[in-house]
Design a protein around this ligand. Structure first.
Ligand code: PLP
Length: 380
């Protein structure tokens, strides 16, 4: 048996999502641009999905630009805005996912100055640093809504207000917040927002950039003018349909799921505290499913390998950069010393997890921690 606690990396496909997708992979293979019956069926399915995704984030359907996922949507915003705006400062938080951080850093080669916004020890973007940063003429600001490692929720509305006053375009990467907490584009006051299907029990390779229609971006891909000219290429109908249904399911079950998972996390963290773990960002507001912790002196990589052998899937640091041996950039920005950061383990709950899964995990973790503590004591 394998118990999966890595839902911030990806989630399983919801059966209703798969059922909705299958006809578009089998008999309904029409191109949504075709004028005949099969094309019209595909077009209508995309339109319905656009409405479902729009409803989840409180926008009009025309504001949803479907992409191949969160990575593409983040690149589309940063690169597409930089193409239109005059070079100025680009300000992104120090804890952004690499698919925001790297394109922002790359703007340095095109005459932009790159500013990383500081976070507190709890992993929350520091508004005083945002104010300081915005003293310089700024074109683009990007701050994620929830961090993928800590789960800490960021003050995006407050940053957006400041960005607006400074006449900068504000973007938020809401990939890790969607389906976990309410995400309201209008209430956040941003110009652009990134979402991804596979973090909400939808298919991989499907996401969207949500746009305020008053801003103009240059597309990354030009061609047939699909997706309001923002993303050419024949639409991946099945993946878009899957995203739509996943968005609808997320809206239906979010409140109940969030409170259940929050309860499971509290159960986990009570156990972690007893075992002497450090829990990162625990005092900040977090998405309910995520816990990020470390045991001093025990390497995170070692912990995940041992836990994997015992049938539990968790992540060390950020899953998306797990080939990178450097301590997590998020923890470094939070001021966590490398000796502790190297121990970081990310535990992220999902819809199938139960209290007995959490209890079994704690038993396994306890045995691994005691074994490694014994070893370090012997070496010392
Ligand atoms: N943004 C955040 C915060 C993420 O956690 C991830 C995925 O791990 C992405 C963006 C990338 O999304 P996708 O996998 O759909 O490209």
């Amino acid at each position: 048996m394998f118990t999966y606690f890595d839902h911030n990396a990806t989630t399983p496909l919801e059966p209703r999502v798969l059922d909705a997708m299958l006809p578009f992979l089998r008999e309904q293979y029409g191109n949504a641009s075709s004028r005949h019956d099969m094309g019209i069926t595909a077009r209508r399915a995309i339109d319905a999905a656009r409405e479902q995704v729009a409803a989840l984030v409180n926008v009009r359907p025309q504001q949803v630009v479907f992409t191949s996922g969160g990575t593409e949507a983040n690149n589309l915003f940063i690169k597409g805005a930089a193409e239109i705006l005059k070079p100025a400062q680009v300000a992104v938080s120090a804890i952004e996912h690499p698919c925001v951080a790297r394109p922002a850093e790359a703007l340095a080669r095109r005459g932009w100055s790159v500013r990383k916004l500081a976070v507190t020890g709890e992993g929350v973007v520091n508004l005083a640093d945002v104010d300081a940063a915005l003293q310089v003429r700024t074109g683009i600001v990007s701050v994620m809504l929830a961090n993928n490692e800590t789960g800490v929720i960021q003050p995006v509305a407050a940053v957006a207000e400041r960005a607006r006053a400074a006449k900068a375009w504000m973007h938020t990467d809401a990939v890790q917040a969607l389906g976990k907490i309410p995400v309201d584009f209008e209430a956040l006051g941003v110009q652009a927002m990134t979402v991804s299907a596979h973090k909400i029990y939808g298919p991989k390779g499907s996401g969207a950039l949500i746009l305020d229609k008053r801003i103009e971006l240059a597309p990354l891909l030009s061609g047939g003018g699909h997706e309001f000219g923002m993303r050419s290429g024949t639409e991946n109908v099945a993946a878009i349909v899957g995203f739509g249904v996943a968005a609808e399911i997320a809206a239906e079950r979010m409140d109940k799921l969030a409170s259940r998972l929050e309860g499971l996390r509290a159960r986990l963290e009570a156990g972690l505290t007893q075992l002497g773990a450090v829990i990162f960002g625990a005092k900040a507001a977090r998405v309910p499913n995520t816990s990020y912790f470390a045991f001093e002196g025990i390497d995170g990589e070692t912990l995940i390998i041992e836990l994997d052998k015992m049938g539990f899937g968790v992540a060390a640091g950020a899953a998306c950069s797990s080939t990178n041996p450097e301590p997590s950039a998020t923890l470094t920005a939070m001021g966590v010393v490398p000796e502790i950061a190297r121990g970081a383990v990310r535990f992220s709950l999902g819809v199938a997890n139960t209290a007995s899964d959490v209890d079994a995990f704690l038993v396994a973790l306890n045995s691994v921690v005691q074994r490694f503590r014994g070893l370090t004591a012997m070496v010392a």
